[in-house]
Design a protein. Structure first.
Length: 266
């Protein structure tokens, strides 16, 4: 008997290949064993995915430091986990656009006369969501490197791993919450207002566990992180506004605001 994956010769009673680790499949594919495989992959606590999801809440330092230190069999690696997060993000946007488009209406969060600009902005973010997710990670890692200066436990590359896991975990959880909330008529804007502070707290929780800091020390570092992040976001917003102005969208927004003011005077 040979392994169907790498063609290594196996003994008759082998359940796994001693070369590639592939499971020996003896039965034909049926709905029953297909369902068993699906259940074992996604709902069995012993599988990597569910264990990674749970332990990133329970003991994130074990998952993250384990990967950094070379323990890479027990949990899903950060690149694969991030790939899953991007897939689920695309899926939940597809579901919202098709079945709950009202959940993507952010017009209530726009200033008077900026509704069309806000709509275009949301559409742009949705279209390039996966790109934004990837760009945020090196920015967060750089800010953490600045914030935790003096603590040389992690280098920049290792901080990329930290925020890959953080971004993936929060994206997977938010994708589920947003879809469920949309089914109950709650918009994504409201969920975002609630979820963003929780994301910040979760990041602080992970970094506290990783750096083994006291509560007071962690609060100070978190406040510094938020200040630096605020400065970076202001710079990005200015750059984005300049780009939008150059493309003509900002001019349309200004004209819409002027028209709204004139209509109010009448």
């Amino acid at each position: 008997m040979n392994c169907k994956n790498c063609h290594t010769e196996l003994s008759t009673g082998s359940d796994f290949c001693n070369r590639c680790g592939g499971k020996v499949i003896r039965n034909r594919l049926t709905f029953k064993n297909l369902f068993e495989h699906f259940s074992d992959t996604f709902f069995n606590y012993d599988n990597k995915l569910l264990r990674t999801l749970i332990d990133l809440f329970r003991k994130p330092e074990i998952v993250i430091e384990g990967y950094i230190n070379g323990i890479r069999k027990r949990y899903v690696n950060p690149i694969s986990y991030f790939g899953l997060a991007i897939t689920l993000t695309g899926l939940y946007l597809l579901i919202l656009n098709k079945f709950y488009p009202e959940a993507l209406d952010f017009s209530n969060f726009a200033f008077e006369g900026q509704e069309e600009f806000q709509k275009k902005n949301v559409s742009f973010v949705q279209e390039y969501m996966s790109l934004f997710m990837m760009l945020y990670i090196p920015i967060y890692a750089l800010i953490a490197r600045i914030t935790f200066v003096g603590l040389k436990k992690f280098n920049y590359t290792e901080l990329l791993v930290v925020f890959l896991y953080w971004q993936s975990q929060t994206s997977i959880i938010s994708a589920v919450i947003v879809v469920v909330a949309a089914a109950f008529g709650i918009s994504q804007g409201i969920i975002s207002m609630i979820f963003l502070p929780l994301m910040a707290l979760y990041a602080a929780y992970i970094l506290k566990r990783l750096y083994q800091l006291s509560f007071g020390h962690m609060v100070a570092r978190t406040l510094l992180f938020l200040v630096v992040l605020g400065v970076v976001l202001v710079i990005i917003s200015i750059i984005f506004a300049i780009v939008m102005f150059l493309t003509g969208d900002m001019q349309q927004m200004i004209e819409a605001q002027r028209a709204a003011r004139e209509a109010t005077k009448l």
